[in-house]
Design a protein around this ligand. Structure first.
Ligand code: ADP
Length: 196
């Protein structure tokens, strides 16, 4: 199993690159943002509660997202590996993920961190808001709040994996294909040593 985290602030291109990476390496894409939006769409109790927080740019409680990831891991026992997108987003989530993957004897092989300037992030999120229909993408205050949450709660996740020597920074500005090649280069150099 080869498990990787695609990391970076909102608007850094995780969703776009995840699609390409999961198809190239035949990994299961687990995006907590997508899982939560599915819950909202189905109007579940979890979805209704999550929407209130997401619309303010705040994070959903750790237990909620960790529970969703735990079930997704259970229902995909036979895949080649997982690509985590938008998760873990707090230190507590990172610790919970490590515990779940320890049980599978398949720890995180690499955390790829997309680096994008704040100015570019805000520009991309607004642009996405014009077409995505996502209510958290078309309001300046909500966009800024998500970036603040990222700096406050999510950046420690990179430090957590840095201590394990798993972090690789990749420039997240340039064409989609250029960024994709840079990510693949890093994965290729690790997949052979870690994949079994
Ligand atoms: P983006 O990367 O553009 O912020 P996501 O789709 O990853 O988009 O997340 C959208 C929103 O869903 C977040 O702002 C947050 O409210 C919620 N969310 C997604 N993943 C998590 C998570 N792991 N922990 C807490 N909240 C989350």
């Amino acid at each position: 199993m080869f498990n990787l985290i695609l990391f970076g602030p909102p608007g850094s291109g995780k969703g776009t690159q995840s699609e390409k990476l999961t198809s190239k390496y035949n990994l299961k894409h687990l995006s907590t943002g997508d899982l939560l939006r599915n819950e909202i769409q189905s109007q579940t109790a979890l979805g209704n509660e999550a929407k209130k927080l997401m619309d303010k740019g705040h994070l959903v409680p750790d237990e909620v997202v960790t529970g969703m990831i735990s079930s997704a891991l259970d229902s995909n026992q036979k895949c080649n590996g997982f690509l985590f997108d938008g998760f873990p987003r707090t230190s507590a989530q990172a610790e919970a993920l490590d515990r779940l993957l320890d049980l599978k004897k398949a720890p995180i092989a690499i955390l790829l961190a997309l680096e994008v300037s704040e100015e570019e992030l805000v520009r991309r999120l607004f642009k996405r808001g014009e077409t995505s229909g996502r209510s958290d993408d078309n309001n300046d205050t909500v966009i800024r709040e998500r970036i603040i949450e990222y700096h406050r709660k999510t950046s420690p996740v990179a430090e957590h994996y840095q201590r394990k020597g798993k972090v690789v920074m990749v420039k997240g500005e340039g064409s989609v294909d250029e960024i994709f090649s840079a990510l693949c280069k890093e994965i290729d150099s690790r997949i052979n040593e870690k994949h079994d």
